[in-house]
Design a protein around this ligand. Structure first.
Ligand SMILES: [Zn+2]
Ligand SMILES: [Zn+2]
Length: 387
């Protein structure tokens, strides 16, 4: 009897311990969140930082609390964000009474906890011209709240702010970007430093050309107002547009420095937009070419492999036929995959190791508006004449 009692008590105790353990594990899991890194390589000695410098919260016309913006960005693998609530447009102000620094102040603690860089800023919101302009890296966002837009921008830039022209096509029914005298004035006075080449899902080729002609920094932003999952199908591999910043260090100061020196590119919906040197470096650093040890015999062939370790798929279109070897007219180097394709000899009398440059255009890498980037892919192939 005593024996049985002892066993049942122990049994009960074991069950209790198990239940408590499960509860503990359950709550530990509930605390776990995951971040999906954006795999785009560091280049040219710089860190490639993934940034979004334009978004809204309930402190203007957004629908989320600032804290959520930080959490979303961390989960999506971003390094830095700027919450840029409208200065002149605050439809929730009857319910949410605060000054223009408040969204930054509320988000800052969570950003520090998650090691996400948070950059103060605001969106000056006027009719076109001059339209909407973000000024980021200001010490006091309230400085942007002035009757005169020129004075507002000047005040922001005087505080060290970086100013860019937002969604330049959005103001017009044809969605084509237009530049005004007001922008010339800002540019001449060193008060305009960049332009959104991408805003939400829109790419502005005209604005892309301005950046090249007027030496402006290329910016791509989400301008997100809703919870990010409502506008982007993240669970299916979709992503918000980001500005890639090539910074010396992962700090706000380094990001600011890189922005002023135009060291950026824009990654949006499978497109990579930017200056040629950066796009070429990203492509080169993303791929590894594997040529098999065996030689091509006569007019035979070998299988070549190219591994793409980045998240960017590269859509290659053959630009120049090679004199000695043939390669596919189109190759898609899918993200994080290795692609296999056949290289065939055109002549039967080649012998020894030879170096070739395969000339392709990458349709989704835009160094100039709507034209794919031309790249050369070096391969060394060995030949043995047909005996
Ligand atoms: Zn706007
Ligand atoms: Zn906006």
């Amino acid at each position: 009897m005593i024996h049985l009692f002892f066993y049942s008590r122990r049994h009960l105790l074991n069950r209790t311990v198990l239940l408590i353990s499960l509860l503990f594990i359950g709550s530990a899991f509930a605390q776990t969140r995951t971040r999906t890194e954006i795999r785009i390589p560091d280049i040219l000695g710089y860190r490639t930082l993934k940034c979004d410098f334009h978004m809204h919260t309930v402190f203007s016309d957004g629908t989320v609390w600032p804290h959520i913006r930080v959490e979303e960005a961390w989960r999506e693998g971003l390094d830095a964000i700027s919450i840029t609530d409208h200065i002149e447009y605050q439809p929730h102000k009857e319910d949410v009474k605060a000054d223009h620094n408040r969204s930054f102040q509320l988000a800052r603690g969570h950003a520090e906890a998650l090691d996400l860089l948070l950059i103060p800023g605001g969106e000056i919101t006027r009719r076109i011209p001059p339209g909407h302009l973000n000024v980021i890296f200001v010490q006091d966002v309230n400085i942007l709240d002035k009757k005169d837009w020129y004075k507002a921008i000047s005040a922001g830039v005087e505080q060290g702010g970086f100013c860019f022209f937002n969604h330049p096509g959005w103001y017009h029914s044809d969605n084509v970007s237009r530049w005004y005298e007001e922008h010339d004035r800002l540019l001449q006075d060193s008060l305009l430093h960049g332009v959104e080449v991408v805003n939400t899902r829109d790419y502005y080729p005209v604005a892309h050309q301005w950046c090249l002609d007027k030496n402006l920094t290329m910016i791509g932003t989400s301008d997100i107002h809703n919870p990010i999952n409502l506008d982007y199908e993240l669970h299916r591999g979709d992503h918000r547009p980001v500005t890639l910043v090539f910074a010396e260090e992962r700090t706000p100061e380094s990001i600011r420095d890189a922005l002023f020196k135009r060291r950026t590119a824009v990654y949006s919906a499978g497109l990579l937009i930017g200056r040629e040197e950066y796009l070429k470096a990203i492509f080169r650093t993303s791929i590894q070419i594997r040529v098999p040890g065996r030689a091509i015999r006569g007019k035979g062939s070998i299988l070549l492999q190219i591994q793409n370790t980045s998240d960017i798929p590269y859509h290659l279109v053959l630009e120049e036929e090679n004199e000695f070897i043939s390669t596919p007219a189109k190759i898609v180097l899918s993200a994080d995959k290795t692609v296999l394709f056949r290289v065939r000899s055109k002549a039967d009398n080649l012998s020894g190791k030879k170096d070739f440059s395969l000339v392709y255009r990458i349709a989704n890498l835009l160094a100039t508006p709507e034209t794919g980037l031309r790249v050369t892919i070096p391969v060394r192939v060995e030949f043995v004449p047909e005996s």
